[in-house]
Design a protein. Structure first.
Length: 527
């Protein structure tokens, strides 16, 4: 599903009105009708008390339609307007006149009197937030802030129209203060702020309605952000052997980092891989062999600090020539000699390459080692590593993850999986995909190393195109975390749990792929 920016959504609205002759009053009616439907399904309407907080803009107009629908179905409705009816434009005024003639209680909220809002909230069964919508561009203040705080303090169930008031429509950031909703109904397409944290968490269950847009209006090529495209896993051939199931070289590990090389190399096997070669310092190899005897170990010369020595370069290049893909970086350390080795490997390996962990620090110091590559490359940074790759402050990365990712793929000429909730996958052509699987329990050491092996398996074993392999690897890694969380819970979940659930994840996905793909992994409901 496409995911729009606020500006793109305005253009879609304009096109619907001007090209497809859909009156704005009809678009507003459809938005209100969809919101009413969600409320009806979630809470019921007959005899329930509803308080609807409206602003003066079109988000408030959507709220007026909801009020009329609830009133007509036996709900007890009270509208509290933080703006002024005198500021309603023609579209909102059209719906306001119907509300007024229906006799639905309507009051304005002023700065010096919040008692009416407090009383209404105390009596409400459900609150409808139709204050700002996606057009908010500055921090919430004055009576608006006070009302948002009262709504949250009331602990009443909240339904947000388009996006919780106070959440930025593009970045998902909180503009001072924001409503916490149980359900959010968004129109046309989800906005990026609906899916980026913290906005996603504040929105509760997200419902999307196309409000009668024709498909060609919302499936435009110029909208380059979308939810991840999920593909069926190809069947495992009955005459498969370890050589036909993919061979990957992992260059990983150092004296202080024994978990990263194990999780990376073993996850490739657990995700279906055939041969997992692990090039690691000689002193590290016995520890890995004791835990992962299925891994083919390549013990190599080490530096005085116990990391991979530069003298291993030719041997590694020779091994890389005989595998399907190479993974470089998990736990290799920041040893200066090893960082040089990683830079040389990145520049000279002519096979598909994944760079993670300490490998990202190496290439950040020598960007041409990646930029001049001709074989496909994927970088898998967390936000701090992304900041180093771009020479940007961490705060800037967190404030605009999509914009930063688009800049990153443009500057590096590589695929980038920007890890986090939700992980974003950027492709060299500028497209960005939201991954919707995963949970907070996966915020644990080693989780990213399991991701590297899972991506490698999707390329070398499932034989997806490189971009598809990255997206499917990210998704299945998150799904494994979700299956582990369902069994264990978020607290105490460790990377080994994600690793252990990979085989069951593949089976689960094969059995339910069509349902998972059509439901956007149960994170978005289409109405």
């Amino acid at each position: 599903m496409k995911v729009s920016s606020v500006a793109q959504m305005r253009l879609l609205d304009k096109t619907a009105i001007e090209r497809y002759a859909i009156p704005p009053t009809i678009l507003m009616e459809n938005a209100g009708e969809a919101s009413y439907f969600v409320i009806l399904q979630a809470y019921g309407v007959q005899g329930k008390r509803f308080v609807i907080f409206c602003g003066s803009g079109h988000n408030g107009g959507d709220g007026l339609v909801v009020a009329r629908k609830l009133h007509s179905s036996g709900g007890r409705v009270q509208i509290l307007c933080l703006g002024s009816p005198e500021k309603f434009d023609e579209t909102v005024r059209f719906h306001y006149q119907m509300v007024e003639r229906a006799g639905i209680p309507f009051s304005q909220i002023h700065d010096d009197d919040l008692a009416l809002a407090q009383q209404a909230l105390a009596q409400a069964d459900v609150v409808v937030d139709a204050i700002f919508g996606t057009g908010l561009s500055r921090d919430v203040g004055g009576r608006y802030r006070a009302i948002v705080e009262l709504i949250n303090q009331s602990e009443r169930p909240v339904v947000a129209i388009d996006i919780p008031s106070g959440v930025h429509g593009d970045t998902g950031q909180v503009m001072g203060v924001a409503v916490r909703a149980e359900h959010t109904i968004t129109f046309g397409l989800p906005k990026t702020g609906n899916l980026l944290f913290p906005g996603f968490a504040l929105g509760g269950k997200l419902h999307v309605t196309h409000i009668s847009f024709p498909p060609e209006n919302y499936n435009r090529d110029e909208i380059t952000v979308e939810t991840s495209r999920l593909l069926p896993l190809p069947p495992r051939q009955p005459d498969a052997h370890k050589g036909s199931c993919g061979k990957v070289l992992f260059v990983a590990g150092a004296a202080r980092y024994l978990g990263a090389p194990y999780f990376a190399a073993m996850s490739f096997l657990r995700a279906g891989g055939g041969l997992s070669y692990l090039a690691t310092p000689r002193g590290v190899a016995p520890f890995i062999a004791n835990k992962g005897s299925e891994i083919v170990l390549l013990p190599l010369a080490e530096t005085p600090s116990g990391s991979l020595a530069l003298s291993n370069l030719d041997a590694l290049l020779g091994t890389a020539a005989d595998v399907d893909m190479v993974v470089v970086g998990p736990g290799v350390s920041l040893d200066e000699e090893t960082q040089t080795l990683v830079q040389e490997l990145a520049a000279r390996i002519d096979k598909p390459l994944l760079i993670d962990g300490d490998g990202l620090s190496a290439v950040a110091a020598y960007p041409d080692s990646v930029r001049q590559r001709t074989a496909p490359t994927v970088l898998t940074p967390h936000p701090g590593e992304m900041a180093r790759l771009l020479g940007a402050p961490l705060g800037a990365v967190m404030a605009d993850r999509i914009g930063v990712l688009q800049r990153g793929v443009r500057e590096w000429g590589a695929h980038i999986a920007l890890k986090g909730a939700h992980t974003l996958i950027g492709e060299p052509d500028g497209r960005v995909f939201f991954n919707l699987s995963g949970n907070a329990g996966m915020a644990t050491a080693g989780s990213g190393d399991v991701l590297t092996g899972t991506i490698a398996a999707m390329f070398a074993t499932a034989h997806f195109d490189f971009g598809d392999a990255v997206r499917m690897g990210v998704f299945l890694h998150g799904l494994a975390g979700d299956l582990a969380e369902a069994e264990i819970g978020e607290e105490g979940l460790v990377a080994g749990d994600i690793l252990a659930h990979l085989p069951a994840t593949l089976r689960h996905y094969r059995q339910h792929a069509s349902d998972i793909a059509s439901s956007s992994y149960d994170k978005i409901a289409i109405i």
